[in-house]
Design a protein around this ligand. Structure first.
Ligand SMILES: Nc1ncnc2c1ncn2[C@@H]1O[C@H](COP(=O)(O)OP(=O)(O)OP(=O)(O)O)[C@@H](O)[C@H]1O
Length: 309
């Protein structure tokens, strides 16, 4: 478990992480999302003690990272800036890490297999593709067989097969009861992996939620209906969890909590004519952009032009 409490980091007069509060729980993949510069990497660095908070706290399995006798066995991390000696082989790199942490050689072979690196284990790391480098970073994160795994942009540079591999691996780790935290600025990609989402912008918590809740907050996956008898259809659809909105005198209704099939059947059973029955899918990417719009560090020229027009 990772518990972030009122975590704050300031560089000079700039507050980069601002009283951040969230929990990444065991048995779930928590997606840590935010636009560029939101403070994700800074938060992750504080989680593993590479940077110290200005105020607030963060614990891994109940203790601060530095208080663990064998931190590598508690949390395995892949952070963006890797320091791998380019002349070393993948095997030697992992062996050196294992050695300093009292991890047996057998485990090095296991993570090499797990990361699909067997064929390239003896190759110089300097000659690795970006994707192979990511796999090596993930192998290193898993070396201590940790209960908590934290990955900063793990699918960066991976081909579709690699992305699928990461997705399956993280699901397996969570299903084993481990805590998985992964950062990304890609909403749709994260939504396919994560059970839970923590969204930040300018260092502040914007949402601590599930994918479904986020979509609902952004307007939900409702259905637009055009009918000759809006008032009667509205009454017929009324029930727990169903919301129907529309303007007086208008033939249009917006329905949430009932899908197009149910609305169509209800209309047909009661002889009501429909002119339109259109599911409205809110794109996750749109929901994310709506949520983080005010927190984006550098707006695109188009946005800026729109806002001054
Ligand atoms: N050592 C530092 N000194 C001053 N400012 C810093 C330092 N490290 C990070 N920052 C600033 O903190 C802010 C947050 O950066 P951070 O790398 O944590 O964001 P991020 O969400 O990981 O972004 P990205 O998705 O681009 O990696 C940025 O504005 C960055 O310029």
């Amino acid at each position: 478990m990772i518990e972030v409490r009122e975590l704050t980091k300031r560089y000079g007069d700039k507050t980069v992480v601002d009283r951040l509060d969230f929990t990444a729980r065991p048995g779930a993949v928590t997606g840590f999302l935010g636009p560029n510069g939101a403070g994700k990497s800074t938060t992750m660095r504080m989680i593993i003690g590479l940077s110290s908070p200005t105020s607030g706290s963060v614990t891994v399995n109940g203790r601060r990272y530095v208080e663990h006798a064998a931190p590598l066995r508690q949390i395995g991390a892949l952070l963006e800036a890797r320091s791998v000696h380019p002349g070393r082989s993948a095997f030697d790199h992992l062996m050196a890490q294992a050695h300093t942490h009292g991890i047996p050689r057998r485990r090095v072979h296991e993570v090499i297999e797990l990361a699909g690196l067997r064929d390239v284990a003896k190759k110089r790391v300097g000659a690795f593709s970006l994707g192979m480098g990511q796999r090596l970073g993930i192998a290193a994160a898993l070396l201590g067989d940790p209960q908590v795994v934290m990955l900063d942009e793990p699918v960066n540079g991976l081909d579709p097969e690699g992305v699928l591999w990461v997705r399956n691996l993280l699901r397996t780790l969570a299903d084993q009861g481990r805590t998985v935290l992964l950062s990304s600025h890609l909403m749709s990609e994260t939504a396919q992996i994560a059970d839970h989402l923590v969204v930040i912008g300018r260092g502040k918590l914007l949402a601590d939620t599930t994918v479904d809740e986020l979509v609902a907050r952004a307007g939900g996956n409702g259905v637009r209906v055009l009918t000759s008898e809006p008032a009667r259809l509205r009454d017929l659809l009324a029930g727990p969890g169903v919301a129907v909105t529309g303007s007086p005198g208008s033939e249009a209704l917006h329905v949430t909590g009932a899908d197009a099939r149910r609305i169509g059947s209800t209309a047909a059973d009661n002889g009501i004519t429909l002119y339109e029955l259109a599911p409205q899918n809110v794109s996750l990417e749109q929901a994310f952009m709506d949520l983080t719009r005010d927190a984006v560090e550098y707006q695109s020229a188009a946005d800026t032009l729109r806002s001054i027009a």
